[in-house]
Design a protein around this ligand. Structure first.
Ligand SMILES: Cc1ncc(COP(=O)(O)O)c(C=O)c1O
Length: 298
């Protein structure tokens, strides 16, 4: 799937108007890699397929902690491949529309309650991981999306090559980071000698690579810790974006006819901001858009 062109900046007339979508004036073309087209409705469909396959082969039922998209992919693929229905640990802030979709695809949902503090610090994920570990001790198959190199490999073998085989070449590839598997796999797949710079983006308040913990609303991206699947050393730039900019960009892009979720919009803003700091000529950026945000109030 090749990238979709979003806008050109600093070009005359029509292109200049398009640039105004996000209010930047850079001599840069931004392309979107639209992962909402994946089966399972997001970039997580890729790893969900591999996990569901393993569940079917081993005959063990999956348990996994998810903010929604991975669970949706797991429900879809487990049903499709004939694996047991996955047990999905979801935090109580999950949107109703997402919970409804998870039931429809056959997920068994365990909603994990959050204290006020956990809500503020976005730290409910620790509770979900600890529950997943308990289930794993009782025989469930826990893929552990945060810490298992197999999920990096999925992106190294699929997402990455799709980008690097593209007939266009990119100066920058940017993407939101949650577990880090997408960006790590894409970075590892870059052919030796490749000069494309990798830009990792997280929401302000997430501490994957930033220091200041806090609340944020961007869905699917960010974490209150650095997952093992995020390979920092492979990135050229790490950018933190505040919610107001991410949601503002998502709304502007929607108004321009591009339905992308808050995490994809955050990654677009991250790419635009990173360009200045990267130095050298940056003419084309590819942004990995994890989903279209169908479940989010944007
Ligand atoms: C909306 C959204 N953005 C970004 C990501 C981050 O992907 P990764 O976990 O590979 O870093 C995810 C993953 O679930 C997601 O659902």
């Amino acid at each position: 799937m090749a990238g979709r062109e979003v806008h050109r900046a600093s070009c005359p007339r029509r292109e200049a108007r398009e640039t105004a979508i996000l209010g930047y004036s850079l001599d840069l073309k931004v392309f979107l890699k639209d992962e909402s087209q994946q089966l399972g409705r997001s970039v997580k469909g890729r790893v969900a397929y591999a996990m569901a396959k393993r569940s079917r082969e081993s005959g063990r039922q999956i348990v996994e902690s998810s903010s929604g998209n991975l669970a949706l992919g797991l429900g879809y693929w487990c049903r499709k491949l004939g694996a047991a229905e996955p047990l999905c640990l979801i935090d109580e802030c999950c949107e109703e529309s997402m919970l409804g979709a998870l039931s429809e695809v056959g997920c068994i949902i365990e909603v994990v309650p959050l204290t006020r503090r956990e809500q503020q610090e976005q730290s409910g994920v620790f509770k979900r991981i600890s529950r997943a570990k308990n289930y794993a001790e009782r025989g469930y198959y826990w893929p552990n999306q945060y810490d298992c190199p197999d999920w990096i490999r999925v992106h190294q073998e699929t997402t990455g090559p799709e980008i690097w085989r593209d007939s266009r070449t990119y100066d920058v590839v940017a993407g939101a980071v949650g577990t880090g598997a997408t960006m790590s796999g894409v970075a590892l797949a870059q052919p030796a000698g490749g000069r494309t710079r990798l830009v990792a983006v997280e929401p302000n308040g997430s501490t994957i690579f930033s220091k200041q913990p806090g609340a944020y609303r961007v869905a699917g991206a960010g974490n209150p810790f650095t997952p093992q699947n995020y390979r920092r050393e492979l990135m050229d730039s790490e950018v933190t974006i505040e919610d107001s900019a991410s949601f503002g960009a998502a709304r502007s892009l929607r108004a321009a006819g591009l339905a992308i979720g808050s995490s994809g919009a955050m990654a677009v803003v991250g790419a635009l901001r990173a360009v200045k700091g990267l130095g050298g000529e940056v003419k084309r950026a590819l942004v990995i858009v994890a989903d279209d945000g169908w479940y989010e109030p944007i």
